[in-house]
Write a protein that binds this ligand. Structure first.
Ligand code: SAM
Ligand code: SF4
Ligand code: SF4
Length: 341
C-alpha cells in the first residue's frame, strides 16, 4: 500500500487513537486545572465506529496504530477494541500508551487480545513526587502494572518520562537504572508547551543537550545510534550497552519526518499536535458516508497538510503556553488529553 503524501512530502503512516478524554491522574504538564469539560457521551465513537475509521485510514497508508487518551485503560472493555484492530491485515504495529494505574488488572487481557507493544508513562520513582506531579497517589499501581505487563509477555516495554526541572529531573539516572533493571527502554521526553500545558515555562524544560551532558557525567561516553526512522525518539547507547531514547520535541522538533495524525474519542481528526482545525469524521460517518467517501475526506485533509507545529513554536521569540486557559475552555479539543498524546 503506497501512502498519500502531504504538502511537504510526508506520508500518512501513523494514527494515534484517543479512546477517551477521561483520566485518573492530573499530571501538572497535561491537566493542571481544577475543572474540565468532558466530551458528551453520545459523541464518543463506539469500538465498531473506531474500527471502521481505522480500516479507512489503512486504505490510504496507515500501518501503525497507537491507542491513547486521556487514560485509555479507563475505556470499558478496551481489549475488545484491541481484538478488532489486531486482526487487521494492514496494521503491522499496534501499541498502547498508558499511565499504568490500571495496567496490572488488564495486561493479560490486552495481550491475549493481540496488543503488540505497551509504553508506560513513568515520571518518578518517589511516591511524594508522584503525588505532586499527578495530584493523585498510585505509584505502586504503576510499578505493579509495569511488572504485570512484562509477565504477560510485553517484553519490548517502553517507559516515557517527561522531565521537569525542579520536579523530577534529579531522578534522571534513577529512572534509567530502574528501566535497566526492568529490561525496559526509557525515553526522556522534553516538556512541551502543547494545548493543556497551561503552566509550561521555558525554564522548566530539560533539553536533550542538557540530558546528554548530565548522563555523560554519570555514565561516560554516550553513543548515538544511527537509525533511519520516523519515530520521534532518537536513541543512544551507554558503554555498558544500555539503550535509551530522547524525544526532543521542544528544542529539536522532528516535524520534517512527522507521519502522525490523531483521531479523538469523538471522531475529530487532527493532523498535528498543535493544529487548531480538524476534520469531523464522526459526523461524516454517522450521516452515512461510504468508506470511499471517508477515504476521500482523509486524502484531501492529508494532501493539504502543511503543519510543522513544534518547529513554528521553536521559532517564536518569547514562548509561553500554546493556548491560555480561556481558549481551552472555548475549544477543549486543543487539549492534549483530548487529542491523544
Ligand atoms: N494517559 C496516558 C499516559 O499518560 O501515558 C496516555 C495519554 S498522555 C496524553 C500521552 C503522553 O503524553 C504521556 O507520555 C505524557 O507524558 C505525554 N505528555 C502529556 N503532556 C505533555 C507535555 N506537556 N509535554 C510532554 N509530554 C506530555
Ligand atoms: Fe497524565 Fe496521561 Fe492523564 Fe495527561 S492523560 S493527565 S499525561 S495520565
Ligand atoms: Fe508532527 Fe505537529 Fe508534532 Fe511537528 S508538532 S512532530 S508536525 S505532530
Amino acid at each position: 500500500m503506497t501512502s498519500i503524501l502531504d504538502t511537504l512530502g510526508r506520508p500518512l503512516a501513523n494514527l494515534r487513537l484517543s479512546v477517551t478524554d477521561r483520566c485518573n491522574l492530573r499530571c501538572a504538564y497535561c491537566m493542571p486545572e481544577e475543572d474540565y469539560a468532558w466530551l458528551p457521551k453520545k459523541s464518543i465513537l463506539s469500538f465498531e465506529e473506531i474500527a471502521r475509521l481505522v480500516g479507512v485510514f489503512t486504505t490510504v497508508g496507515v500501518t501503525k496504530v497507537r491507542i491513547t487518551g486521556g487514560e485509555p485503560l479507563l475505556r470499558r472493555e478496551l481489549s475488545n477494541l484491541v481484538r478488532l484492530l489486531a486482526v487487521h491485515p494492514r496494521i503491522d504495529d499496534l501499541a498502547l500508551t498508558t499511565n499504568g494505574i490500571l495496567l496490572a488488572e488488564q495486561a493479560r487481557a490486552l495481550r491475549s487480545a493481540g496488543l503488540k507493544r505497551i509504553t508506560v508513562s513513568l515520571d518518578t520513582l518517589k511516591p511524594a513526587v508522584f503525588r505532586e506531579l499527578a495530584k493523585r497517589d498510585g505509584l505502586e499501581h504503576v510499578l505493579a502494572g509495569i511488572r504485570a505487563a512484562r509477565d504477560a509477555g510485553f517484553d519490548a516495554l517502553k517507559l516515557d518520562s517527561v522531565m521537569i526541572r525542579g520536579t523530577n529531573d534529579a531522578e534522571l539516572c534513577d529512572l534509567l537504572e530502574f528501566a535497566k533493571a526492568e529490561r525496559a527502554e526509557l525515553r526522556y521526553i522534553e516538556y512541551m508547551d502543547v494545548g493543556g500545558a497551561t503552566q509550561w515555562r521555558a525554564e522548566q524544560v530539560v533539553s536533550r543537550a542538557e540530558l546528554l551532558t548530565r548522563l555523560a557525567e554519570r555514565y561516560g561516553p554516550i553513543e548515538p545510534l544511527r537509525e533511519i526512522s520516523s519515530a520521534p525518539a532518537e536513541r543512544f547507547r551507554l558503554s555498558d550497552g544500555t539503550v535509551f531514547g530522547i524525544i526532543a520535541s521542544t528544542t529539536a522538533p522532528f516535524c520534517r519526518s512527522c507521519d502522525r495524525s490523531r483521531l479523538t474519542a469523538d471522531g475529530m481528526w487532527y493532523r498535528c499536535l498543535y493544529a487548531t482545525q480538524g476534520t469531523n469524521l464522526r459526523d461524516a460517518l454517522r450521516s452515512g458516508a461510504t468508506d470511499a467517501e471517508l477515504a476521500d475526506l482523509v486524502t484531501q485533509g492529508w494532501r493539504s497538510r502543511a503543519d510543522r507545529g513544534a518547529e513554528e513554536r521553536l521559532a517564536e521569540h518569547s514562548r509561553g503556553a500554546f493556548a491560555p486557559r480561556e481558549e481551552l475552555v472555548k475549544n477543549p479539543h486543543l487539549e492534549m488529553h483530548k487529542r491523544g498524546g
